[in-house]
Design a protein. Structure first.
Length: 313
């Protein structure tokens, strides 16, 4: 399901030397950089960074920051970070923008153990907890919801209770019908149940009430909070569909959202980007590669296409 094409074995010393050569002299050889890092997995990239520092007494990521610029530099920077540290950086950047959707995405898509590891990486990098920062940057009902989502350690069994799913689908329906979106029961259900149990509840909701749970949410007064609930539901129910939606929105809005495109492609290239590509094609009737090539340009475009598995011509 990953799109990254990386060799089974790579020589980190040779790679470090090739990157040094690409960064030396007049003008940076961006193609040389892409040819190396665009075909190395997270473990291999970590070994390259270690070899580069040992050989040249210099931090490779900081060197890239000096040599590269714009969207290409940001994409390379995020790609070169260890995956957990990358998620910490993404979360911190999102918090500064009060971007609740990214925080919810980072909280609801990972497993319980992955979420815990990401929060540890956040604390190690920023010397305070993700929960502290969520509480500082958000307020009211949004703070309550997001704080519980980042704090939860969900039970991960695939076993579900049909009666419980039906009962809680009715609770959600009644709250949504009355537009009580911030009701304690709504937040309790979304932030405490296992993902498998929640998916069962969402399907039961559709079967009993004839509409998907996300479409039953509508409010002119609480748009951001309703959007946050919808984001959490989508991330839990079908992460790949949600991420395909992020990419589609990023490229179909007025003005391309390069940050969202980078986030999804860089974070999923070693996980499930192949599945996301399939969903994108099914929805848009064009390949994700074609859409990315249309909306991006230059070395940024070449880098994204490389880690998406598109071989250079």
């Amino acid at each position: 399901m990953a799109t990254l094409i990386a060799p089974q074995h790579a020589d980190p010393i040779a790679d470090a030397e090739a990157l040094r050569k690409a960064c030396k002299g007049w003008g940076t050889n961006e193609k040389g950089i892409i040819e190396v890092i665009g075909h190395r997995n997270a473990t291999q990239r970590k070994l390259i960074k270690e070899a580069y520092e040992q050989l040249f007494s210099e931090n490779l990521i900081k060197r890239f920051e000096k040599e590269l610029s714009g969207d290409f530099e940001r994409a390379v920077y995020r790609w070169m970070l260890d995956p957990l540290e990358r998620e910490a950086v993404l979360a911190n950047t999102a918090l500064k923008k009060s971007d609740y959707k990214v925080i919810i995405e980072l909280s609801c898509i990972p497993s319980a153990e992955e979420l815990l590891a990401f929060k540890r990486a956040y604390q190690a990098r920023y010397s305070h907890s993700l929960e502290e920062d969520v509480a500082s940057y958000f307020s009211g009902d949004m703070r309550k919801l997001v704080l519980l989502l980042v704090s939860v350690h969900r039970y991960e069994s695939e076993v579900t209770d049909r009666k419980l799913a039906e009962a809680e689908a009715k609770i959600l329906h009644n709250c949504f019908k009355e537009k009580e979106y911030n009701h304690d029961e709504v937040i309790r259900i979304l932030t405490t149940r296992s993902k498998a149990q929640l998916v069962a509840t969402f399907y039961r909701f559709r079967d009993v009430f004839g509409t998907p749970v996300t479409k039953s949410l509508a409010s002119d007064k609480d748009k951001d909070f309703v959007s946050a609930l919808q984001t959490a539901i989508r991330c839990i129910k079908s992460p790949q569909k949600y991420l395909e939606r992020v990419l589609s929105d990023a490229m179909h809005k007025r003005g391309t959202d390069e940050d969202a495109i980078t986030r999804v492609i860089v974070t999923r290239a070693e996980k499930d980007l192949e599945k996301i590509k399939e969903l994108f094609y099914k929805k848009n009737s064009v390949t994700l590669e074609h859409a990315v090539a249309k909306e991006t340009h230059g070395d940024y475009e070449k880098f994204l296409l490389t880690i998406m598995g598109k071989q250079a011509n």
